[in-house]
Write a protein that binds this ligand. Structure first.
Ligand code: ZN
Length: 298
């Protein structure tokens, strides 16, 4: 159990807005996995689901997946109809945090926070070797902490959340705003992306430098929030903002410091790449089987 990927299969979902249809397709895939595992005499211990919406990990219900219009839905129970083994449903950043804890940058530590800067911003928290969710399941929702009460409207409906400063859409929006005022910028002539912004910033281009400056400042704020809230051994960064080509210009410029006491915290970038969801889902099964078996329903 070293966290290596043994076999992978991807299938497109016909219509992500229809949970029942998607589940039928997922069940088909699970049955084919089961057949394959039986043929190779490999035991299957559980099914991990790294889910991009809000979940109740105790019941395995999806509570809300706003992007695809899912409301409450018994996701784990539906998947168990395909295979009679435990189904563990975990929110994606929490699954990723467990993936890092078991197989990645956080092996051997007691506490870890996975801070994801992608389309959205959020954190998965592992404290004293257990995932920490909080009373209302809100622990780690650092992307929706207000950092600018006079700022932009966030996807959650509030104003000036951290997500409006350090997510991919936020960075691109800031660049577009500045390009309107600087239409002659060389950046205006290429397709705007994180990569093009980082490259232009490295070349000293003015608009890109300004975008980078804000991103550096708020990435530092994000890390400081995590340190002040959870004080972990290690913070693992993931997501396109820190993993895009050229992102080292961001990471090299974020200097943590100015804490009231001396702070020892390791900041690293995840090395899982696009497999982070799969590794995280597998780690959440392993974690419950070994550390928290009573948390498994069914
Ligand atoms: Zn928000």
């Amino acid at each position: 159990m070293g966290g290596e990927l043994r076999y992978m299969e991807e299938r497109p979902v016909d219509d992500p807005r229809e949970p029942a249809k998607g589940i039928e397709q997922a069940k088909d895939l699970l049955r084919s996995f089961e057949t394959r595992a039986k043929r190779r005499r490999r035991p299957l211990y559980g099914i991990g689901v790294s889910f991009p919406g809000a979940v109740d990990p105790r019941t395995g219900d999806c509570l809300l997946w706003a992007e695809s219009g899912w409301k409450r839905f018994p996701l784990a129970r539906s998947l168990m109809e395909a295979m009679d083994i435990p189904v563990l449903l975990e929110e994606d950043v929490r699954a990723e945090a467990l993936g890092e804890f078991w197989f990645g940058e956080g092996q051997g530590v007691d506490s870890l926070v996975l801070l994801k800067l992608a389309r959205g911003v959020g954190a998965g928290v592992v404290l004293e070797q257990r995932p920490y969710r909080g009373v209302n399941g809100l622990a780690g929702e650092v992307g929706h902490i207000t950092v600018d009460p006079y700022g932009d409207r966030c996807s959650c409906g509030r104003v000036g959340c951290l997500e409006t400063k350090v997510s991919v859409p936020a960075v691109l929006r800031k660049a577009r705003e500045l390009l309107k005022k600087n239409p002659d910028s060389p950046l205006a002539r290429e397709e705007l992306s994180l990569e093009s912004i980082y490259r232009a910033a490295r070349e000293g281009e003015k608009v890109a430098r300004e975008v980078l400056e804000q991103l550096v400042a708020f990435t530092k704020v994000a890390l400081e929030i995590v340190v002040h809230a959870y004080d972990p051994d290690i913070i693992v960064l993931s997501g396109a903002v820190v993993e895009a080509e050229g992102a080292d210009i961001l990471l090299n410029n974020v200097q943590l410091g100015d804490f009231p006491v001396e702070v020892r915290v390791d900041v690293r970038v995840s090395s899982f790449g696009k497999h982070r969801g799969i590794i995280g889902a597998a780690a959440s099964v392993l974690h419950r089987l070994i550390v928290d078996p009573q948390a498994i329903e069914g």
